[in-house]
Design a protein around this ligand. Structure first.
Ligand code: PMV
Length: 333
């Protein structure tokens, strides 16, 4: 099964525009239990399930419109040159939705994630695009199907079709039609995520390459599925009980275990910068002084703090430039 087959089975190949354009928004998300390793690279099928929280008002809004001829991509008001990785990857995704080879798309996309936050926007980007395609073509798909379409653009995008706590089920089928994200019923109004900017430079190793090398070469990767199985259970229960320390501890440990598998691969991948380690040490020092604060990290040097509303001010003394997100504050969306 390739990407085109998946799109065909979900949309029935209906690529006649039902409107002049389609517009949609999607939030970014941060995994508390990471997606790390694919069992199928073509259609982004993960080895394990994963669980995330969305970033409230931070995300992507995209409008897509059919045009005759070449694709046009506008990102935050500026045209994106054709020969960039960003444009190439986007074109390959748009290829899945063309009526014929002459059919192009104009994609106008706006990230509310400040570029300075150094956060990857592919999750919200591909989710917003899949949702916008659904509007353009009038498919009327449900969230499960939209999650699968978003997944074809970027694995973590499967989780960005919802706001809140989201679990992406790994699934076991070869066609991946059982590999989609689902919204968890719980909310946690006082939960806060702090974005600590270490670097906004484009990463040197893609998560795709690092995952491939880790799955193939890291002996530590063998323990990853059982780590995830355990962490998912702990995190689900911590969310149900609003047990902050249990949640933070499991999320931080899960992130560090993910990074350990990548460090133990060959070639090794270390996403940390010296400043990342300094930030981790500050978190540990705060905790040693009784402050409930934890961190998580993805395939880059930036740190995301996990905290509770009441402690934000005290943590800010140590991390003055942190940007705080309230994932469950609907008024900010
Ligand atoms: O969706 P991708 O291919 O960018 O992979 C994301 C991987 C991590 O961010 C490291 C973990 C996750 O679950 O989001």
């Amino acid at each position: 099964m390739n990407k085109q087959d998946v799109v065909q089975s979900i949309t029935g190949g209906q690529f006649e525009a039902a409107a002049a354009n389609g517009t949609a928004s999607a939030p970014a998300n941060i995994a508390l239990c990471k997606y790390w390793g694919k069992r199928n690279e073509e259609i982004n099928l993960p080895v394990t399930s994963s669980l995330s929280v969305s970033l409230g008002h931070l995300g992507t809004t995209t409008t897509v419109e059919p045009v005759a001829g070449a694709d046009e991509v506008i990102l935050n008001g500026l045209p994106v040159p054709e020969d960039t990785t960003f444009a190439r990857r986007l074109r390959a995704y748009l290829d899945l939705f063309r009526r014929d080879a002459k059919q192009g798309f104009k994609v106008i996309t706006h990230n509310t994630i400040p570029t300075a936050a150094g956060l990857a926007s592919s999750a919200s980007g591909y989710a917003a695009l899949a949702l916008a395609m659904n509007e353009l073509f009038g498919w009327d798909l449900d969230r499960r199907e939209l999650s699968i379409l978003a997944r074809l653009g970027s694995g973590s995008a499967s989780r960005s079709v919802y706001h809140g706590f989201v679990q992406w089920h790994a699934g076991s089928q070869d066609d991946g039609l059982d590999s989609f994200a689902e919204l968890l019923p719980e909310t946690w109004p006082d939960l806060r995520m702090g974005l600590v900017k270490i670097s906004t430079m484009e990463k040197t190793v893609s998560s795709r390459d690092a995952m491939r090398e880790t799955v193939a070469e890291s002996v530590l990767y063998r323990s990853w599925p059982s780590q995830v199985e355990r962490d998912l259970q702990i995190i689900r229960q911590a969310i149900a009980e609003q047990a902050f320390d249990t949640l933070g501890r499991a999320a931080e440990n899960n992130a560090l275990a993910m990074h350990a598998t990548a460090i133990a691969a060959w070639p090794p991948t270390l996403f940390w910068w010296p400043e990342s380690v300094k930030a981790m040490q500050k978190v540990w020092a705060l905790r040693a002084n009784g402050m409930p604060v934890y961190f998580t990290m993805d395939a880059g040097p930036n740190i995301k703090l996990l905290s509770d509303k009441q402690n934000v001010r005290a943590i800010q003394n140590e991390f003055p430039d942190v940007e705080w997100v309230a994932p469950f504050d609907e008024s900010a969306r």
